[in-house]
Design a protein around this ligand. Structure first.
Ligand code: SF4
Ligand code: MG
Length: 336
């Protein structure tokens, strides 16, 4: 089995109360027909601005919510149909790590107990072996087992995130979904945790889905990358193609907005990303990027572009189909 996750035309909408009419509800289209596969042992990246549907997608992939339409297949089974012990087993194999390192950590519970908790819930090891198992995982993530009986007070954000990683690792997951997991940490701590993830991958064969707005980080670690805009994947490419010659105007704008090491944006008059994406309640017809696209033409207002396979092997959803776009200089883009 080479494919861990097969995401097929997944859609997720939420009902929200209309601000202007008390009893009326309107639909927020958070994820609008997303398809991709994640291969075993790879680092798959999902990038986009906040509000593009990344976090909704991470909850769908983690089986915390079910899509309204479409399927997420794991080992040929639709994860939304799993119940009981099948669902529990899936929850063990897929672990979601969020940005806030304070999230899952209870102040009154010792670090060791916090890490052991999922083991107890899943009943995976006999009680007398828990301390041994947890201590081993603590060492693996760079936490001294001498912290086992201590309270989390005084732990740095990076150490807290290591506690969360350890909590996930005790369950021996196959897939880690990292939703902005490193965003709250400083660059040094980020680099250390990226190294840790790499080591864990080599040792345990874990597959990662990095969900992030941090292009430089995704560039450093991800082999294949999906770019999301307003609930859609607008481009899906391998790392080199995306960063050297991306096809979609939105990706190009996103890349040109990345600060260089000198903290300066690129000098690209045409590609600066301006304005905000439209409200996901009122998505305009046609191409959803057209309100910000410098290349929009009449067809873009009439017709919604579908993902199309380009000659460089990437997928792009744009009526220009990559032709006639001037090149963007991304030489200044530095990895973390
Ligand atoms: Fe721009 Fe049109 Fe391409 Fe959309 S389809 S990204 S509006 S050129
Ligand atoms: Mg988010």
């Amino acid at each position: 089995q080479n494919v861990v996750l097969d995401v097929r035309d997944v859609e997720k909408t939420y009902e929200v109360r209309d601000r202007n009419a008390i009893f009326a509800h309107r639909k927020v289209q958070a994820v609008r027909g997303v398809s991709f596969t994640v291969r075993r042992g790879e680092n798959f990246g999902i990038i986009g601005e906040s509000g593009c549907g990344k976090s909704t997608l991470s909850r769908l992939l983690s089986c915390l919510e079910a899509p309204n339409r479409g399927q997420i297949l794991f080992e040929d089974r639709d994860i939304a149909t799993l119940r009981g012990k099948d669902l529990l087993a899936l929850r063990r194999r897929f672990q979601l790590l969020l940005q806030d390192p304070y999230n899952a950590i209870a102040a009154h519970s010792s670090i060791g107990r916090t890490i052991a908790e999922p083991l107890l819930i899943h009943g995976l090891v006999p009680r007398r072996e828990i301390r041994k198992r947890v201590s081993a995982v603590m060492s693996e993530v760079g936490l001294s087992p001498s912290l086992y009986d201590q309270l989390p007070v005084g732990l740095s954000a990076g150490q807290r995130q290591r506690v969360n990683i350890a909590r996930a690792l005790v369950l021996e997951p196959e897939l880690l979904i990292l939703d902005e997991t490193l965003s709250a940490l400083d660059q040094v701590e980020q680099a250390k945790l990226l190294d840790l993830f790499e080591t864990l991958q080599a040792r345990r064969g874990i597959t990662y889905v990095y969900i992030s707005h941090d292009l430089a980080m995704v560039r450093r670690v991800c082999a294949r990358i999906a770019v999301m805009y307003l609930g859609r994947v607008v481009e899906l490419s391998d790392n080199e193609t995306l960063f050297a010659s991306s096809s979609h105007p939105y990706t190009r704008a996103l890349l040109s907005a990345v600060p260089t090491v000198e903290e300066k944006p690129y000098k690209t008059e045409t590609y600066l990303l301006e304005g905000e994406p439209p409200d996901p309640i009122d998505i305009p017809p046609g191409c959803s990027f057209r309100t910000r696209c410098p290349f929009a033409f009449d067809r873009c207002a009439r017709e919604d572009p579908r993902l199309t396979l380009l000659s460089d092997g990437s997928l792009s959803a744009c009526h220009l189909e990559g032709s006639g776009l001037p090149a963007v200089d991304i030489a200044g883009l530095q990895p973390v």
